[in-house]
Design a protein around this ligand. Structure first.
Ligand code: FMN
Length: 308
């Protein structure tokens, strides 16, 4: 998730049992034009692997060029190249990228084929149910991905039109599972272990992708792992959640530029969700002017939970 799944967060998710992490989406064009900020998104550490790089782009030549660069320079760090055909943001789709590729199946096929040809790593594709309610084409799109050489697909059961609203349609995921012989990862509305089990049962998907359900809750991976393995799970206490938040904040502060500190606020708000005093905590987090003040707020809140 762009702006969320940076290397600090991915590491915590892996630690809690996530099997495969993905970078935030990386612009192939941004890499092509030498953007340092774009390239920094590919940075991974041992603790967060296996990790896939997710690329977005609509120009086959540029996708191929950047895929070769990644395979040459990051082969020891990255296990998979994932192509984003699901992003609904207008600034992406207006360039024919992200979910706009679902409206241009021949164009998407050229992007996937070029990426597969240039890659020494397996290539997967993530896409949606379709562009809008009048153009549901996930099954056709999945078949094209398979024919174009993709080794795996991930289906988010919403259209581009519905963005992130309404419920994800898991039936479309089941239809894609029936239509192709490559592994299909199901995505949409996994906020609990029960949801993960029920998606697996209803769709027969080979894997489950957790997105917003992990925000402020990397523990969800352990919860799901325990449910899949049929072993008991004891959820973290609020203090343990805040310990995780502090761990997250400390690595963010140590490893990222001070100017990015405001990005941390939303994570801290997510961790505190539903806790006693969280409204006041969020105000304090938002007014922290530097890393020391932020850490102070976090430790004080954690201590208030122990004494509550
Ligand atoms: C803030 C945010 C950023 C996202 N960024 C990406 C991204 O970079 N690449 C991607 O494939 N999906 C991205 N997504 C979509 C999620 O991966 C996922 O498909 C979607 O949220 C549905 O899953 P959920 O209902 O479990 O959240 C993003 C979603 C959100 C909310």
């Amino acid at each position: 998730m762009a702006g969320v799944t940076d290397h600090c967060f991915r590491r915590l998710c892996r630690m809690e049992g996530c099997d495969l992490t993905f970078t935030e989406m990386v612009s192939a064009k941004g890499m092509h034009y030498g953007s340092r900020k774009t390239r920094s998104l590919i940075r991974t550490a041992n603790e967060e692997r296996p990790c896939a790089v997710q690329l977005f782009g609509s120009e086959p030549d540029i996708m191929a060029e950047i895929t070769s660069v990644i395979c040459d320079e990051y082969a020891d760090e990255i296990c998979l190249i994932d192509i984003n055909c699901g992003c609904p943001a207008p600034k992406i789709t207006s360039n024919g990228e992200g979910s706009a590729l679902m409206r241009d199946i021949p164009g998407a096929a050229r992007v996937i084929e070029a990426t597969v040809r240039a890659s020494r790593l397996p290539v997967s594709v993530k896409f949606r149910k379709g562009w809008d309610a009048n153009s549901i084409n996930a099954v056709e799109f999945a078949r094209m991905c398979e024919q174009s050489g993709a080794s795996m697909v991930t289906v988010h059961g919403r259209t581009r039109e519905s963005m992130y609203t309404g419920s994800a349609d898991w039936d479309i995921i089941a239809q894609v599972v029936d239509a192709v012989s490559i592994p299909v990862i199901g995505n949409g509305d996994i906020f609990s272990a029960e949801a993960a089990l029920s998606m697996r049962e209803r769709t027969g998907c080979a894997g489950i992708m957790v997105a917003r359900g992990a925000q402020g809750d990397p523990f969800i991976f352990r919860e799901i792992r325990c449910a899949l393995d049929e072993v008991p799970y004891s959820p973290p206490t609020d203090v343990e959640r805040m310990d995780m938040a502090i761990r997250h904040a400390r690595s963010f502060i140590e490893e990222k530029e001070p100017s990015l500190l405001p990005e941390l606020r939303k994570h801290m708000a997510w961790y505190s969700h539903g806790m006693h005093g969280s409204t006041e905590f969020r105000c304090l987090v938002n007014s922290a002017r530097n890393a020391d003040e932020m850490l102070n707020v976090l430790y004080n809140f954690r201590d208030s939970l122990t004494s509550a």
